[in-house]
Design a protein around this ligand. Structure first.
Ligand code: MN
Ligand code: MN
Length: 360
């Protein structure tokens, strides 16, 4: 499923003489704060280029829950950075699932599926949410307290077959974060929705071996093939060694949303018509590359770096420059670049995360 505006052209923001910024310092923003809990978001408002994907950094204190809610216009893909999280989710078939998450675990809730996120245990938790629509705002969700707080009492009474007095004193508007007890370690049975969904909403991403290992880094990738419910999103984690480079490439079918977990990265973007832009992304910074735009990610810091990436398609597709060139005859490349054909025989066939350790 593509978001509605994905293939509209031309995009005025992307058709000017200069490429717009594609960086936003998410963790330096304020967002919505309640005690030690917060939600900070990057939507088209904060990062206008990011029309296809929005993101949120959320921290919950022990006993705090991001309240029961749903999204009318976006699916939610998440990656846990710190602490533990318990989610509840209910689906249109009547199945429900309660899952516990640790750092490196991912979840996916399809558009419109209602859910809640609770901090589990006595330590705070921190996670990144990625939504397959840049116009989606975490602060414009459909919340259970907002709904029931505004529905007429007689309507609620009739709906549940209970006296109107049942609903006296409930919140009159959205709570957003609820504060209460730390959830019991053993999830308690629920009264309805007892069937398990056919495909889980949880995927233990970093508990897997890397999907691939390269000369200067490792990749974990999870799309719909590994995580069947994640039909509209692919998640990627790159660990890139100092000096390592995710080579020049583009994605034919998806936008790319980036969040730096660790390290300092130089991210480039090529936008045709001679337009080329470089941004330096540090921990807590977000980047965005539109579908089809060329880009690269280089660790320019002294330490090993880690970057989280969300792509708004469940099917991963990429065209990598080295492999593309190697898939064309040397004489053709010679005519393009005004170099002898033999030179291109020395080019690597595949790089992905380089540079290659040994010259071919
Ligand atoms: Mn949500
Ligand atoms: Mn990419």
């Amino acid at each position: 499923m593509d978001y509605p505006f994905k293939n509209n052209v031309p995009d005025p923001l992307l058709s000017g003489p200069e490429l717009p910024t594609f960086k936003f310092a998410l963790e330096k923003s304020t967002g919505k704060v309640q005690g030690g809990s917060f939600g900070k978001e990057a939507t088209v408002e904060q990062l206008p280029i990011s029309k296809g994907i929005a993101g949120v950094s959320m921290r919950l204190e022990p006993g705090v829950t991001r309240e029961l809610h749903w999204h009318a216009t976006a699916a939610e893909w998440a990656f846990v950075l710190e602490g533990r999280v318990r989610t509840t989710v209910f689906d249109p078939t009547g199945a429900s699932e309660i899952n516990d998450f640790e750092p490196g675990d991912a979840w996916y809730f399809p558009r419109g599926f209602p859910h809640a996120l609770s901090c589990l245990g006595n330590e705070p938790c921190h996670f990144i949410l990625i939504f397959d629509n840049g116009y989606f705002s975490e602060f414009g969700t459909f919340s259970v307290t907002d709904w029931m707080g505004h529905a007429p009492r007689p309507l609620l009474a009739k709906n549940f077959g209970l006296p109107e007095s049942t609903f006296e004193g409930i919140p009159s508007s959205e709570i957003y974060f609820t504060s209460g007890r730390v959830p019991p370690e053993q999830a308690v049975p629920v009264r309805g929705g007892l069937a398990s969904p056919p495909t889980s909403h949880r995927y233990r991403m970093m508990a897997q071996a890397p999907s691939a290992t390269y000369s200067y880094g490792r990749e974990w990738r999870v799309g719909v093939d590994e995580f069947p419910i994640s039909t509209t999103m692919t998640g990627v984690v790159f660990d890139i060694d100092p000096g390592g480079l995710r080579e020049l490439h583009w994605h034919p079918n998806a936008d790319e949303w980036q969040y730096v977990i660790k390290g300092t990265f130089s991210v480039t973007m090529f936008g045709s018509h001679g337009r080329f832009r470089t941004e330096i992304l540090e921990p807590g910074d977000v980047g965005f590359i539109p579908q089809g735009f060329g880009h690269s990610i280089e660790n320019v810091g002294p330490e090993a770096g880690r970057i989280l990436i969300g792509l708004n398609s469940g099917q991963y597709q990429a065209i990598d420059l080295a492999q593309w060139l190697a898939s064309n005859p040397a004489y053709l490349l010679a005519d393009h670049f005004g170099k002898p054909a033999e030179l291109f025989e020395t080019f690597p066939h595949r790089v992905f995360i380089g540079p290659p350790r040994t010259s071919p």
